[in-house]
Design a protein around this ligand. Structure first.
Ligand code: GLA
Length: 381
């Protein structure tokens, strides 16, 4: 991807880039729709990455090009937000300016190459914003800490593009270490790297979505509404995930549907995720895997964010003896993960999933073995 980004930069702008950086996509092992509710998540970075090559441009102007479509987008980034992928880059420039990393009249040229599939639930947008934030801060000659990079990337997406996402994707893309999952407590941003030696298959169902076109923002609003009602019971409640897990009866009485189901998922998922992190630390993969199945069931039934293709992958994996499986990321399509014991099992499960998927949908899903990779890094130009 590095070579491609550099070659695209040269071909588009007729000069060499000054700096480059890359950032990974991610899968979330467990802790779905808990991040914007102040709870824990447990993602790992994957091998697929986005590389952003950058150079100086005309004052106040962003010129950006991507291998996606090869067209050069040209905007005054403070005044207008372009459509599509370029909006994320403009959002990053605005946030770098807000942090005084860039002056208000900064101009930049940006070329993007990526093998993180878009809309597959593998967080292509955070790979882009984190890589762009890192590359543009290098261009400005400023040292910006990884946590700040994550914050800049988060606000670019949340405040400028308008997806009411949580902090998980940007945080893992900026902070991941190879061979580790990262437990992120999203209310405090306390993180803990946990060795992850499991074998994972990522099954991309091919059902594509843009987060903004899914009920994602609706779920965020439902959670906020549930929190407001629960505050009547518990005035000091700041986050939905802080509701005491033992008070399920009280929660059920306080909330009408569908807020009740949404809140039950969020509260249960927070407990599962913290327990899962403990099990991972003790290498108890069998029990860990069981929690993945439970999490999927809760996403499907209570949060209603699964899709028939995802359910089929999980059911098939379970029947074929996988340690665990679940949808990963926002849902409503995208990808599922399958936790397997050994390499031979990887082959057996891949074949079983392909068979049942083909029978139901007449095509194969894209299945990739994944190991926990590393986070954002500078790339040589
Ligand atoms: C998307 C968002 C994340 C998180 C997940 C669901 O990936 O970007 O912040 O909310 O959905 O867990």
């Amino acid at each position: 991807m590095r070579q491609q980004a550099i070659a695209l930069f040269r071909a588009s702008f007729g000069t060499r880039p000054r700096a480059a950086a890359s950032a990974p996509g991610r899968v979330n092992l467990i802790g779905e729709h808990t991040d914007y509710n102040g709870g824990p998540v447990l993602p790992v970075a994957i091998g697929a990455r986005t590389t952003v090559a950058v150079g100086p441009g005309a004052p106040e102007v962003l010129e950006a090009v991507s291998t996606i479509d090869g067209r050069i987008v040209r905007v005054r980034w403070r005044d207008e937000l372009p459509s599509g992928w370029a909006a994320y880059v403009a959002g990053v420039l605005r946030e770098l300016w807000a942090h005084e990393v860039l002056p208000p009249d900064a101009g930049a040229r940006v070329a993007i190459a990526s093998d993180v599939p878009i809309g597959a639930g593998l967080s292509s947008s955070a790979a882009l914003t984190v890589a762009a934030a890192r590359a543009l801060s290098l261009l400005a000659g400023q040292r910006v800490a990884p946590r700040q990079i994550a914050g800049i990337a988060y606000r670019a997406e949340h405040n400028h593009v308008g997806v009411r996402c949580g902090v998980m994707d940007q945080t893992i893309a900026a902070l991941a270490t190879a061979g580790h999952a990262l437990l992120i407590e999203c209310a405090s941003l306390v993180t803990q790297a946990i060795p992850f030696r499991g074998r994972l298959l990522v099954v991309d169902t091919g059902v594509r979505h843009e987060l903004a076109a899914t009920p994602y923002n609706e779920r965020v609003a439902e959670c906020r509404a549930a929190l407001l009602r629960l505050k009547v019971e518990l005035p000091e409640l700041l986050w939905l995930t802080a509701w005491p897990a033992a008070w399920v009866g009280r929660l059920k009485r306080a909330l009408p549907q569908p807020l009740r189901n949404r809140a039950l998922h969020v509260v249960g998922e927070a407990t599962r995720t913290r327990f899962a992190a403990q099990l991972l630390r003790r290498s108890q993969l069998t029990r860990f895997g069981r929690l993945l199945y439970e999490s999927h069931e809760s996403c499907r039934r209570l949060y209603e964010c699964s899709a028939p293709e995802l359910d089929l992958v999980v059911t098939t994996a379970k029947r074929a003896g996988a340690l665990g499986a679940r949808m990963t990321g926002a849902g409503w399509g995208g990808s599922a993960i399958v936790l397997v014991r050994s390499r031979p099992e990887e082959g057996r499960l891949t074949a079983a999933i392909c068979r049942s998927f083909r029978r139901a949908y007449g095509r194969d899903p894209d299945i990739t073995p994944v190991r926990a990779g590393r986070g954002a890094r500078r790339e040589p130009v």
